[in-house]
Design a protein around this ligand. Structure first.
Ligand code: M6R
Length: 366
């Protein structure tokens, strides 16, 4: 059942090229230039009726939601708020018939996410579910559903659900951008082209795991690990740190790199591992200066860069490279080494990878 892999998590990490391909298929026009979302059939009037979009989810799905917000704001120029479901439901959110509510949930059964959707629906919002389980409670409750076609995810730590949720958000944002005409058709076609290359690029990233095994052995017994990045890199950092905490029980924190100086830098001392993501070109120099700050405190820095970046290795101790693509779609690639790092750290420490202590796959109680 584990298809020759030692754990479901490793199997599911390796299933990502297929999961991403399946999630994309049927949603790209034959000529590869436009997004087709037969499930939605939205038009400009429908989109213009919303003055706000909420994305609500928990855990990894929440991290995917943060990436979703970035995409929708950047490409479709619509304001999006993203919130964890257990906070959203109790803060009297401002929801009415001009709100689009998007729930993200692998299982479709997370009780806080379901309750947040029910409440938003009661207040008049239109609802959309992004979920992996056909016929799940959240899928049934929603007005419309976009399925991630990741296949069953058994390991408690979510991997392929996250990457497919990001793919779906990217396609949704492009679809909205086409309708709202906020992005030139040539640019949409170019981005779709980049997206179509992603499955092969994930396979490439998965083809050499040795450096990650080495890092895991070397740093797997540190008490704390920090993840930093800006923009989309920051969102991926959050997901990487959650993976490490969840399965290896190492204390990990992710910070927007520019926030370090506002407190966390006090924790950076000699030998502390810092994983620094530096793939976002518009903030590259800024990230680099944050990396220099932690290096000046003798942190050990593992940089995550794009192939073709010859600069980062001058400032960090180790560098992991992912294939070159548009910086918008790169989270689908950069998360892969972080998933593997967490996996091998957990193995090094002898943890029960697929069933981490205290956690359940699906949280159906509050
Ligand atoms: O099934 P859901 O996507 O609603 O689950 C949400 C979270 O419980 C889940 O992503 C959790 O954070 C994972 N175990 C993280 O790996």
């Amino acid at each position: 059942e584990k298809g020759g892999y030692e754990h479901f998590m490793l199997k599911e990490i390796h299933e990502q090229p297929k999961a991403v391909r399946d999630t994309m298929s049927q949603r790209i026009a034959k000529d590869g230039k436009t997004i087709v979302m037969d499930e939605l059939k939205w038009d400009a009037d429908y989109l213009n009726s919303f003055n706000k979009i909420y994305i609500v989810a928990c855990g990894t799905a929440y991290h995917a939601g943060m990436v979703g917000k970035y995409y929708i704001e950047k490409l479709a120029r619509t304001v999006v708020e993203v919130d964890v479901a257990s906070e959203f439901r109790y803060r009297e959110p401002i929801v009415d018939e001009n709100t689009l509510f998007i729930a993200v949930s692998q299982s479709g059964e997370t009780s806080d996410t379901l309750a947040a959707m029910k409440e938003s629906k009661r207040l008049g919002a239109k609802t959309l579910a992004i979920t992996n389980v056909v016929g799940s409670s959240i899928a049934r409750e929603a007005d419309q559903v976009l399925y991630t076609w990741a296949g069953p995810e058994i390991a408690v730590a979510s991997t392929k659900a996250y990457t497919t949720q990001i793919v779906l958000f990217f396609m949704l944002a492009l679809y909205m951008a086409e309708i709202k005409k906020t992005v030139a058709p040539e640019r949409v076609a170019e981005l779709i082209g980049q997206l179509q290359k992603i499955p092969a690029q994930i396979s490439e990233t998965l083809s050499d795991v040795e450096p990650l095994k080495t890092f895991a052995k070397r740093y797997g017994f540190n008490d704390d690990v920090f993840y930093i990045g800006r923009g989309l890199d920051y969102h991926v950092a959050l997901e990487g740190s959650l993976k490490l905490k969840e399965i290896s029980y190492i204390h990990a924190e992710a910070y927007a790199a520019g926030e370090l100086k506002h407190g966390t830098l006090a924790l950076i001392v000699e030998g502390v591992p810092v994983i620094a993501l530096a793939t976002q070109k518009s903030v590259y120099e800024k990230t680099l200066s944050n990396i220099k700050e932690v290096k000046a405190r003798d942190a050990v820095v593992i940089g995550i860069a794009t192939e073709g970046d010859e600069e980062l290795e001058k400032y960090v101790d180790h560098v992991m490279k992912v294939p070159e693509t548009d910086e918008l779609v790169i989270p689908i690639l950069t998360v892969v080494p972080l998933q593997l790092l967490a996996y091998y750290a957990a193995i090094t420490r002898g943890c029960d990878v697929d069933k981490p202590r205290n956690l359940a796959k699906s949280v159906t109680v509050e």
